[in-house]
Structures are given as structure tokens and as C-alpha cells.
Design a protein around this ligand. Structure first.
Ligand code: NAI
Ligand code: MG
Length: 353
């Protein structure tokens, strides 16, 4: 698949380590990233980490949340595992995650949500959301316009999508469906109101869908109805593809269907680079308390293992994670347990087959 590295030939005989950039992140970042590295080591994953700083930590240490050395490292490795980064407020810096997605053209944000722990509203959620990651309302074309004596009288944010951008992300979604044995792709839009931006996305997505007729089913749904349907009957969805902001919102929604943000991993995929992270942020409210749920970050690392052709190790980690979640005696507070990040992670490592 686009952006994937085929190492299937040397999975068992590899002698060299795979270079990858590591960013532990802010807030709960170091806790969940530390847990993830512990699991990766336990399963024998062979990464050669180039550790870099970014975000609030980097702003304090080196004066910028987006240090050149971090960007250069990722330019070399083309592969990164990244903890959540706090976006500094009021400094003029935009989100580092958004900047990296733009700089490296990581156009597809793949966010799976699958039930792994029971007791939620639904027992059988299995949805993959694919969010366009570089265009739309998040491009940062924003202005505040003064009128008379009010310096903030009017605000505008401009959304831009391109035919090429719509095509590559929808094609990625259909290729993903084919590669992962998924039956249907649902195109999510608001073309009835946003006739230009969402209209172009829907037109292009339908053209791409037509090429996959007979191989992958396709349908489309308006974003607001989609939100309601997801909450009422998530089993009606398989793969969803949508534009940047709708995808941002819906990915937190589907995380909520499977236990919350602590359960939701994400992969940012480009033609020649990939960055893996949790959907959640730095969770300042629980940072440093040792209670963050590392599942999302560990699942992000599994997606990274899949990406480099290490699917067997990814399976072993997912199995151990699933067994630990089902057993339920080490669950972190977000999953209604009284366990810790450390206790949960140790339990996952013990269960690796
Ligand atoms: P958040 O995702 O950090 O937290 C939202 C809620 O979910 C909080 O109650 C938090 O405790 C909980 N939560 C999140 N992850 C959890 C985990 N692994 N285990 C247990 N509970 C968890 O979102 P918030 O508070 O809006 O953002 C905090 C900071 O993170 C902001 O600076 C924001 O810009 C940044 N952020 C960074 C992201 C990234 O680096 N990819 C993504 C989202 C937000
Ligand atoms: Mg988000």
C-alpha cells in the first residue's frame, strides 16, 4: 500500500535495526510512550530510535515547539512514533502535529475504533475512519478583521480542498478497504450546504468509488446524520472517509464508542513517510499521575509494526493487549478501573505469547 515499506522478505532474517524518530511528547506523553517502548522491547521489535523533542517541552528547552533537528530526523527516517504534544496557547505557534502533517504531506489519517473492552454501550464496534489530513478548514488561512473601533469584529477561516487532495485520500480509503478485507466505504460530507468544498469532495469521492465497483461497496452520508447514526448503530459502518475537520470530530466520537480516547490510535500516512500516534492529546488533567491509559499509544505502535511488515509482532501485542483488557483487573481509571499505567503495561508484557 501507498507509503508502506515491504519488509516481508526479511522479517525473520533481518540483521539491521529500522531507524525511526521517537518523540515522547508532553503531559502524559512520556508515560504512554514509555509504556509503549516497554511493550515494543518485550516483543522484540527492532527499531533504532532517534529521540527528538517537540511541543511544549521543546519550546521550554530549545525555544521552539518544532525544532529543525526533529524535522531533519523525520526527513531521514521517514518513520516516527510520536507522543501527544501540547499546543502552546497565545505564542503564535500553531499545532506541531498539524505542521508535521503538512510538511511531510501525510495526507491520510487512519483512525480505527474497535471494541476491546466490554461494558461500553456497544460490544462489536469495528470502524476505520480515514480523515483527509492536509486540506480543508485546518490549513490555517485565518484572519480577524477589525471594524471601526472593534479590533476583533469579524473572523474568517478559509477552507480549501483540491481535486488531487480529495482523490488521493478517497483512493487511499478504497485501497485500504481492499487490503484489509473491508466491505464498504462510506463517504461523509456536507455537500448540501458547503457546495464548493464539500461538493468537490463528494464528486471526486464518487468518481473514485465507481472505479472500485464490484470490489468495494460505497455509499455516502451527510455529516450530521452520520454523527447520529454512529451513536445509534455503529454496526452500520465499516470504513468512513471524510475531510479534515469532520474527520477530527468523528474520530473522537468513534473513540467514545469503544471506551474513550485512551483506546484510539492513529496513523498519519503519506506517499513516503508515516507517523504514528494516539488520537488523544497530552491530557494535562492526569499528567504525571501514572494513570494514563497507554492502549491508544500501544495500538499506534502496532499500526507502525504493520506498516513495516512486522504484522506477526503486531498481532502478538494486540492479543496480549486484548487479553489484559478482557481480564480487566489492571484497567486504568478512564476504563473504570483503579490500575496504573505501569501495572497495566507489565500485565500486557507478561501476556505476550
Ligand atoms: P486530551 O485528549 O489531552 O484530553 C481529553 C480528555 O481525555 C481528558 O479528560 C484526558 O484526561 C482524557 N484522556 C486523554 N488521553 C487519555 C489516556 N491515554 N488515558 C486516560 N485518559 C485520557 O485533549 P485536550 O485536553 O483537549 O488537549 C490537551 C492538549 O493536547 C492541548 O494542548 C491540545 O492541543 C493537545 N492535543 C495534541 C494532540 C496531538 O499531539 N496529536 C491531539 C489532541 C490534542
Ligand atoms: Mg482531534
Amino acid at each position: 500500500m501507498d507509503g508502506a515499506v515491504d519488509r516481508s522478505q526479511d522479517t525473520h532474517a533481518r540483521t539491521s535495526l529500522i531507524p525511526a524518530t521517537l518523540i515522547r511528547g508532553d503531559g502524559i506523553g512520556p508515560e504512554v510512550t514509555g509504556a509503549t517502548l516497554q511493550v515494543l522491547n518485550a516483543v522484540g521489535a527492532e527499531f533504532e530510535w532517534d529521540e527528538q523533542v517537540a511541543g511544549m517541552g521543546a519550546l521550554e528547552d530549545v525555544g521552539t515547539p518544532l525544532p529543525d533537528s526533529m524535522v531533519e530526523s523525520f526527513r531521514k527516517t521517514r518513520l516516527a512514533l510520536k507522543g501527544p504534544l501540547t499546543t502552546p496557547i497565545g505564542t503564535g505557534f500553531r499545532s506541531v502535529s498539524v505542521a508535521l502533517r503538512k510538511e511531510f504531506k501525510l495526507y491520510a489519517n487512519v483512525r480505527p475504533a474497535r471494541t476491546m473492552v466490554s461494558g461500553g454501550r456497544y460490544e462489536d464496534v469495528d470502524i476505520v475512519l480515514i480523515r483527509e489530513n492536509t486540506e480543508g478548514l485546518y490549513i490555517g488561512f485565518e484572519t480577524v478583521i477589525p471594524v471601526a473601533d472593534d479590533p476583533r469584529a469579524v473572523a474568517q477561516s478559509v477552507a480549501i480542498v483540491t481535486r488531487a487532495g480529495c482523490e488521493r485520500v478517497t483512493r487511499y480509503a478504497f485501497e485500504y478497504a481492499l487490503a484489509h478485507g473491508r466491505k464498504r466505504v462510506t463517504i461523509c460530507h456536507k455537500a448540501n450546504i458547503l457546495k464548493a468544498v464539500s461538493g468537490l469532495f463528494l464528486d471526486v469521492a464518487r468518481e473514485v468509488a465507481a472505479e472500485y465497483e464490484g470490489r468495494v461497496e460505497a455509499d455516502d452520508v451527510i455529516i450530521d446524520a452520520c454523527a447520529m447514526k454512529l451513536v445509534m448503530d455503529p454496526s452500520a459502518f465499516d470504513v468512513i472517509v471524510t475531510t479534515n475537520m469532520f474527520g477530527d470530530i468523528l474520530s473522537d466520537l468513534i473513540a467514545g464508542l469503544v471506551g474513550g480516547l485512551g483506546m484510539a490510535p492513529g496513523a498519519n500516512i503519506g506517499a513516503d513517510a508515516a507517523l504514528f500516534e494516539a488520537v488523544h492529546g497530552s491530557a494535562p488533567d492526569i499528567a504525571g499521575k501514572g494513570v494514563a491509559n497507554p492502549t491508544a499509544m500501544i495500538l499506534a505502535a502496532c499500526m507502525m509494526l504493520d506498516h513495516i511488515g512486522e504484522s506477526e509482532r503486531a498481532r502478538r501485542v494486540r492479543d496480549a493487549l486484548g487479553a489484559t483488557l478482557r481480564k480487566g483487573d489492571e484497567l486504568t481509571p478512564d476504563l473504570k478501573g483503579d490500575g496504573s499505567t505501569e501495572g497495566f503495561t507489565d500485565a500486557v508484557c507478561r501476556r505476550l505469547d
